[in-house]
Design a protein. Structure first.
Lengths: 309, 309
């Protein structure tokens, strides 16, 4: 056995760094990311789904293709994680479950994360992926923007940005456990502290600082608060949350404000469910029942006609 | 917004526990597991592969099905992790790459882990899955036992156990970066300490204690040392390792002992590669070249005839 020096590919050098980071995270951000990345374990493998890594106008993403689908439609999916943590890989399986239930493929984004990339990099990336889908021949009205937690904010924020620019809107928006109040002021933050097993005020503040801190943007800025900004003219929107999560209060207000703004709104509170309950797709009956409801609403809102691929 | 008490499904309660464990691991074992679980990020998504969760005679597993494959054959795959860490989920993508290259499906096992389940639970589980494949109609000679790190040990250990019991053997064994020396005595443990970015003597001792500690089994016991036990009569075997890893020395000895025992042996040292370089399947050219070599050897050793599914 002899060891000699070898010229490694750049990819092999990147792999060496990944190997070294697991047991001794270089900083708190990476430690939190490593802890969050295993959340993919909550979901089961959906059957009959294939995956393909794509570059959506500079945004890395996973194309999620069910065996039976209407490929004229697509779910543009933004993951959770407070702008800092998780990834397309964490959401691959749950997106496969939603895509299979709805009968349309999904594009699951690895948008840029904070604190390396502050607001509005995440909205920019969802918009870039939306434009990429248009360039691939998808009609705007056949694109569903969907996401949970901060991804639930992003799925709405991109529609608001398109509306403000006078551009064609997505055909529907699905916001699951969306983060609507960057002032972190809703009473449910305290009232549900005992039932929420993941989120805390401290964690929300950690994410907010990573995402907004240093940008000069006020916490009550309309651009980052769905519960302050104008919601009129948005596409049909489904809002869902778990009643045990600390975002339940602001999500309920968001749904009411959508209705008041004249948006066709479907409201789906899930009794006893946690923040981002979709993580448990395929394993938790309560999550699967909610996903079935979301899929049924999509098929009643859009003319989806799934067929075998 | 009101919170009421809800009767949760057992699965929803399990999801609550998973959510809570990420940021504050309950103990050192779980902290190491959480750190290791993100190793799945090293591999890319293989295209055209579907997945299905199965119960292989009590062993949870993922069935990995390439689009073009000879379904008369199967790879029985055991993941790495020193008996304590990682999972079938971590190896799903890399198993998909190997399965696609070889043109046969793979069964990726979630065997029981230590310290909750000490040796020989892991060998028992691989054997149970082997028997399950026989019960599903697979001929023993059409099963390839494959694995890396402790999974590389397991892929050989199950063949040794079947040989000793006078049962039919797998058609081939693939051991990548196998752990062959539980005495942790090979000079490469020190000589390669500077180039191995993951393994250390301390980590190997941590794993050994979790796996063997308290069983009364001596570290030089033949059952846990491929470099002490009789290797005669084993099926054609491919042994591979990265020259930068601290197991390189014992893996080279293992390959020599296989040859000396009269086993048809293919030896594949990968220059400059890390322990379990297959984790980086689809992203690192050196890993992909080695996987192509393994697949070519399998197709030359077994009469595999892949066809579209």
């Amino acid at each position: 056995m002899t060891t000699t020096t070898v010229t490694l590919s750049p990819q092999a050098q990147a792999f060496e760094k990944l190997l070294g980071a697991g047991l001794t995270p270089p900083n708190e951000i990476e430690a939190v990311r490593i802890g969050a990345e295993r959340l993919h374990l909550a979901a089961s493998e959906p059957e009959g789904v294939t995956y393909r890594e794509v570059d959506a106008k500079g945004v890395p993403a996973i194309w999620v293709q069910p065996k039976v689908a209407d490929n004229a439609f697509v779910l543009l999916h933004a993951h959770a994680g407070g702008s800092v943590t998780t990834s397309a890989a964490v959401d691959r399986k749950l997106a496969g479950h939603i895509a299979t239930a709805a009968g349309i493929p999904a594009l699951v984004l690895d948008y840029r994360r904070a604190p390396e990339h502050k607001y509005p990099a995440q909205v920019d990336d969802v918009e870039a992926a939306f434009e990429w889908l248009l360039s691939q021949g998808y009609a705007a009205k056949n694109i569903v923007t969907i996401g949970h937690s901060i991804g639930g904010f992003l799925s709405a924020a991109v529609a608001i940005r398109l509306r403000d620019a006078g551009k064609e809107l997505p055909g529907a928006v699905v916001s699951i456990s969306p983060w609507c109040d960057l002032q972190i002021a809703n009473p449910a933050i305290e009232a549900n502290a005992g039932t929420d097993k993941l989120l805390t005020r401290a964690l929300l503040e950690f994410f907010r600082d990573a995402w907004i801190g240093g940008t000069g943007i006020a916490f009550d800025d309309l651009r980052i608060n769905l519960n302050l900004t104008d919601l009129s003219g948005l596409p049909p929107t489904l809002v869902s949350w778990g009643t045990y999560e600390i975002l339940a209060g602001e999500d309920e207000i968001y749904a009411e404000r959508l209705k008041a703004a004249g948006v066709a709104t479907e409201v789906l509170p899930v009794a006893g469910a946690q923040h981002s309950y979709v993580w448990a797709a395929g394993r938790v009956p309560e999550s699967d029942a909610a996903i079935a409801h979301i899929a049924k609403w999509l098929r009643s809102t859009l003319p989806i006609k799934p067929k075998a691929q």
